[in-house]
Design a protein around this ligand. Structure first.
Ligand SMILES: *[C@@H]1O[C@H](CO)[C@@H](O)[C@H](O)[C@H]1NC(C)=O
Ligand SMILES: *[C@@H]1O[C@H](CO)[C@@H](O)[C@H](O)[C@H]1NC(C)=O
Ligand SMILES: *[C@@H]1O[C@H](CO)[C@@H](O)[C@H](O)[C@H]1NC(C)=O
Length: 301
């Protein structure tokens, strides 16, 4: 029981030391000042790595980049590899990368090994690098027109910013508040919901007063906020008189067409023409005559 408890404590200790960025693998202790390095894109990043291998032991230093299950060399056999060549330098066992880009984000492993009297000794530590990227100009979706009383959603999005951008909306150059206080909402009849994370501006329902010029801004505090081009949204009431007029005109057109056809048919206009219409019409007429004939017949009898 006691031994199991001791084992548990040992496990806990190893776990805690691991969390603290303090590893001891087969003899060499490898440490870092900063296990989560952040840097802005196109600036420099310093990945610190320290070890306690003896100077005279001729320790071998290697840096690797770990992307999922893929491991590639960054520093190998005393020189930088691939796109790190000419862009990074080694300072003891730490590395300084110049002009980092978004592609440099990821996990890096500092590995130290040295020969010893009991064969090879080694130690390693993993450091993550997060490259902050300024937002791109967002894409805004604003309907050109809307009918008052309907639900309308305006959207704004950009995909480059690290960390992810927050969004703000402007109407006629005035910032729309994310959470209008209730008295303001009442006074200005505010009826929108803004989601600064997803970039949506939802009008439920939209009113004529929401007509205006809209644009949105994406901001992640890295570099300047970026905006989309201004777009106008026109909100109109459902125009009853306009619709009534349109319906009346359409009805008139249908009616006059019908009358025209009836008139032409009676005049025998279609039967005089050499067309398939004439054939169809004459067939129809024959049937009609037959009916009339039967009728007259029955009348006679
Ligand atoms: C940094 O890297 C980018 C892309 O790799 C390149 O376009 C730019 O010229 C570099 N800037 C400097 C100062 O080296
Ligand atoms: C805002 O949008 C995000 C992402 O779509 C969602 O997770 C979150 O719940 C939304 N917030 C509100 C208050 O609706
Ligand atoms: C629109 O705004 C005007 C003045 O700003 C206000 O008098 C009117 O009541 C508003 N109408 C609606 C439907 O919100």
């Amino acid at each position: 029981m006691a031994s199991r408890c001791r084992l548990l404590l040992l496990g806990l200790l190893v776990f805690l030391l691991g969390r603290l960025g303090y590893y001891k693998v087969h003899g060499i202790t490898v440490e870092t000042d900063n296990q989560r390095v952040t840097a802005r894109e196109f600036e420099g990043a310093y990945l610190n790595c320290r070890h306690n291998a003896k100077k005279q032991s001729n320790a071998r230093i290697e840096w690797k980049k770990v992307t999922g299950s893929d491991v590639s060399f960054v520093y190998f056999q005393d020189s930088f590899v691939g796109n790190f060549k000419g862009r990074a330098e080694i300072l003891h066992s730490s590395i300084q990368i110049r002009n980092v880009t978004r592609k440099d984000s990821g996990k890096y492993r500092c590995e130290i090994s040295a020969p010893s009297e009991h064969g090879q000794e080694a130690g390693e530590i993993e450091i993550s690098l997060i490259v902050f990227v300024q937002p791109a100009a967002p894409i805004c979706e604003v309907p050109i027109s809307a009918m008052s009383g309907t639900v309308v959603e305006l959207r704004c999005k950009e995909n480059e910013g690290v960390p992810a951008s927050k969004y703000r909306w402007y109407r006629n150059g005035v910032l729309l508040l994310e959470n209008p206080t209730s008295w303001m909402a009442k006074k200005d009849r505010v009826h929108y919901t803004m989601n600064t994370t997803s970039g949506t501006l939802l009008f439920n329902p939209v009113s004529k007063n929401d007509t205006g010029e809209y644009y949105c801004e994406a901001d992640n505090k890295i570099g300047k906020p970026q905006k989309c081009p201004v777009k106008r949204m026109q909100v109109d009431d459902l125009n009853i008189s306009g619709i009534t007029a349109a319906v009346v005109i359409v009805a008139l057109i249908i009616a006059s067409c019908g009358l025209g056809v009836y008139y032409a048919q009676n005049k025998g206009y279609f039967s005089k023409r050499n067309s398939s219409v004439r054939e169809k019409m004459s067939k129809y007429k024959t049937k009609a005559y037959e009916k009339d004939f039967k009728h007259t017949k029955s009348f006679v009898i």
